[in-house]
Design a protein around this ligand. Structure first.
Ligand code: HEM
Length: 395
């Protein structure tokens, strides 16, 4: 695939499973690369693992809060920022994140495992009953994490068609700004109604817990922000990892067989898939709070810096033969869940969902295969989060 064929900047493009070669080549150049972000704003691009970690790991030098909000017609940026952990710096970020951390510990998430197994089994049963072919995205990869986050948060699963559509539109860079603004307002209105319902009658779910235990510490706008972020982050990301990860495993049948047969191999396989696929591939933005430097590159206070996670996770300085998927390799660190104070809150949940779903799918359908070759696979283009629009499979 030629890089020039795209209108989008290099750092939001992919070439099947890989970052485009143009962006990988930047790792070998000194300093950081001067680029424009997806809105045409100037920025420094960090593509090496060490540099991405440095930027993400120092919230005092690199701010989330100072990243200019995307101007969307009819939207008050400050209202939209409330409760959005990714748009806040400490101490506001610390205060809100602390309310949630207890709900996402590894121990807490382990308690959800039986229910996740049940949800996975139900969806595999339905796929089997309907018979091949199936679209893995609509039949499995999207509904499983959607149902899990709905139950956890207290969002009616019956509303899924609307919130799934809104989630994918909100991260779609090819949509006109007006359209994304309209969808963002629609999303907030929907979540506002759910928050009001939870305030009136707090249920036995995360929203209910927040209202019951922290109702006096958080504003309505913050509750809406927190819940909206969890709903989007909770299903869009994991859904795309499940679909893209399945296709990646099917291209390496010997590795798929290991995931199918050896329970010990599951956790390392999930980490390697996370590294190799790094689906949050649109470089994540920060703004320098002081004059500083990264990799010898002088950066002025106020400059935007983008950390390109997908490129950082293919860094030869960290991973041997990084462009090869190898679930058997010695654990290789990655930034696919980010790093620093904004490291993915939902990582324990996402890991558990993937570790449950991949082996269960491969065991249920040992002859699982894609119906088209990878050149014609329906990869998502032009979105902040990479993945598959559809994935027709047979068995
Ligand atoms: C943050 C990736 C699943 C909730 C992040 C960040 C990344 C990421 C890269 C940091 C972004 C930045 O620093 O700018 C992923 C991937 C997932 C996944 C690849 C699936 C495989 C989830 C799930 C949830 C979730 C299931 C919720 C249930 C969040 C939240 C943040 C976050 C709330 C913001 C944390 C903060 O700012 O303190 N995620 N995520 N994520 N993620 Fe995830």
């Amino acid at each position: 695939m030629s890089v020039e064929a795209h209108e989008l900047p290099l750092h939001v493009q992919r070439d099947q499973f890989d970052p485009p070669s143009g962006i990988s080549a930047l790792r070998d150049r000194p300093g950081l690369e001067k680029v424009t972000d997806s809105l045409g704003r100037p920025a420094w691009l960090a593509t090496r693992y060490e540099d991405a970690r440095e930027v993400l790991g120092d919230a005092s030098r690199f701010s989330n809060q100072q990243v200019p909000a995307v101007p969307m017609p009819g939207i008050d940026p400050e209202k939209m920022r409330a409760g959005q952990l990714l748009a806040l710096d400490p101490p506001d970020h610390t205060r809100l994140r602390r309310l949630l951390t207890g709900e996402f510990t590894v121990k807490r998430i382990r308690r959800l495992q039986p229910r996740v197994e049940e949800i996975v089994t139900e969806h595999l049963d339905a796929m089997e009953a309907a018979g091949p072919p199936a679209d893995l995205v609509t039949d499995f990869a999207l509904p499983v994490p959607s149902l899990v986050i709905c139950e956890l948060l207290g969002v009616p699963y019956d509303d899924r068609d609307d919130f799934q559509r809104r989630a994918s539109q909100q991260i779609d860079l090819t949509l006109p700004m007006e359209e994304r603004g309209r969808v963002a307002v629609e999303s907030r209105t929907y979540m506002g109604e759910l928050v009001d319902r939870a305030v009136a009658a707090p249920g036995d779910d995360l929203l209910g817990m927040l209202v019951r235990e922290h109702g006096d510490d958080v504003t309505r706008d913050e509750l809406i922000g927190i819940a909206s972020l969890l709903l989007i982050a909770g299903h869009e990301t994991t859904a795309n990892m499940l679909a893209l990860g399945t296709l990646a495993l099917l291209r390496h049948p010997e590795q798929a067989a290991i995931v199918r047969e050896d329970p010990e191999a599951t956790a390392p396989a999930v980490e390697e898939l996370m590294r190799f696929l790094s689906i949050v591939h649109a470089a994540v933005p920060r703004v320098a709070t002081v004059d500083t430097e990264v990799a010898g590159q002088p950066i002025a206070a106020g400059d935007m810096v983008l950390a390109q996670l997908a490129a950082a996770d293919r860094d030869r300085a960290v991973t041997e033969d990084p462009d090869r998927l190898d679930i058997g390799r010695a654990a290789s660190p990655h930034v696919a869940f980010g790093h620093g104070v904004h490291h993915c809150l939902g990582a324990p949940l996402a890991r558990m969902e993937m570790a449950t779903a991949f082996p269960a799918l491969l065991r249920r359908f040992p002859t699982l295969a894609a119906t088209t070759d990878v050149e014609r696979a329906d990869f998502r283009e032009g979105t902040f989060i990479y993945g598959m629009r559809s994935l027709p499979l047979t068995w």
